[in-house]
Design a protein around this ligand. Structure first.
Ligand SMILES: [Zn+2]
Length: 299
């Protein structure tokens, strides 16, 4: 079910692009907030757990304002201008906001809250781009960032650890570093951990969605190919790429639902997408998360 755009907290419409603009119900009656056909799918595809003042993710501090995105404190740079809209983008790992002079800070904070999912996605894209620019020695070193279950995790090399551990609360992946491993060994340990997790978690999601929808499959396996996220054969053998474990559960569920739907239709016809929606009504949220992602861009 789609939520109507006009029940949003501040009567705004969105212009989705590299920069996101929010048109406000301004004192100037000419700049109606419904001027630009609102496409709220991106921002509203999933319920926003942090909506509302009481759980605000934005902090104003003496050192400057921050916003919590994906468990990280991201600095906000605010500049005022004569423009009519509030614009925002991720620039060099910061949130850059440009707002008209008359918009109060509390309203800007509301807008940022409202756009937190969009901002999180842009931040992740930026982080992945940064990680890809690194030499392998730096990419698999202490302090580098990897994606796990949709969370940006810092690699922390720990000499006294035996197995790789995920510290979700601190957004870290702890990697044993006894014997002073080189970057290839660090990478192999991280990948080994992710593949083991993928085996369990992807199977778990497949079983959950298969049971819920009553669509049975015959066999499941993990693939390593850098060609596709998943596949399904006529006889019900579903294969899922272990690298999906780097994405959020919404993305994983979308791929799982996609492959399950192929049990009914082997093409991408209308009835196929109807089937996807039956299995996972909110599939567009996860589908969005895979848009533009190439195999070159995942580690
Ligand atoms: Zn397909």
């Amino acid at each position: 079910m789609k939520t109507k755009p006009n029940d949003s907290p501040s009567q705004l419409s969105l212009l989705e692009s590299e920069e996101s603009g929010v048109t406000l119900a301004s004192p100037n009656p000419k700049s109606s907030s419904l001027e630009n056909a609102p496409d709220l799918d991106n921002a509203r595809a999933e319920p926003r757990p942090f909506a509302g003042r009481s759980q605000r993710t934005i902090e104003l501090r003496r050192s400057g304002p921050f916003m919590e995105l994906d468990g990280q404190k991201i600095p906000i740079e605010l500049s005022r201008s004569r423009r009519r809209t509030v614009g925002m983008t991720i620039l060099e790992g910061r949130i850059k906001v440009t707002a008209p002079n008359w918009v109060p800070l509390t309203e800007i904070a509301n807008i940022l809250d409202y756009k937190s999912r969009w901002l999180t996605n842009r931040l992740k894209e930026w982080q992945v781009r940064q990680a890809n620019k690194l030499e392998p020695e730096d990419r698999w070193a202490h302090g580098a960032t990897v994606q796990f279950l949709g969370q940006s995790c810092a690699l922390k090399l720990q000499p006294h650890l035996e197995d790789v551990l995920w510290d979700a609360k601190n957004a870290a992946l702890l990697v044993p570093s006894a014997g002073d491993p080189n970057h290839e060994q660090v990478r192999d340990r991280v990948h080994g951990f992710m593949q083991a997790q993928a085996k369990d978690i992807l199977k778990e999601r497949l079983d959950a969605l298969s049971e819920k929808s009553g669509r049975g499959y015959s066999r499941f396996s993990i693939t390593h190919a850098r060609t596709r996220w998943g596949s399904c054969t006529q006889d019900g053998h579903i294969r899922l790429n272990w690298r999906l474990i780097q994405f959020s559960l919404a993305v994983i569920d979308y791929v799982v639902a996609h492959e399950l739907a192929h049990l009914k239709a082997m093409d991408h016809s209308r009835s196929f997408w109807d089937e996807v929606a039956t299995i996972l009504p909110n599939y567009k949220a996860g589908q969005q998360g895979l848009k533009g992602v190439t195999f070159e861009s995942v580690s």
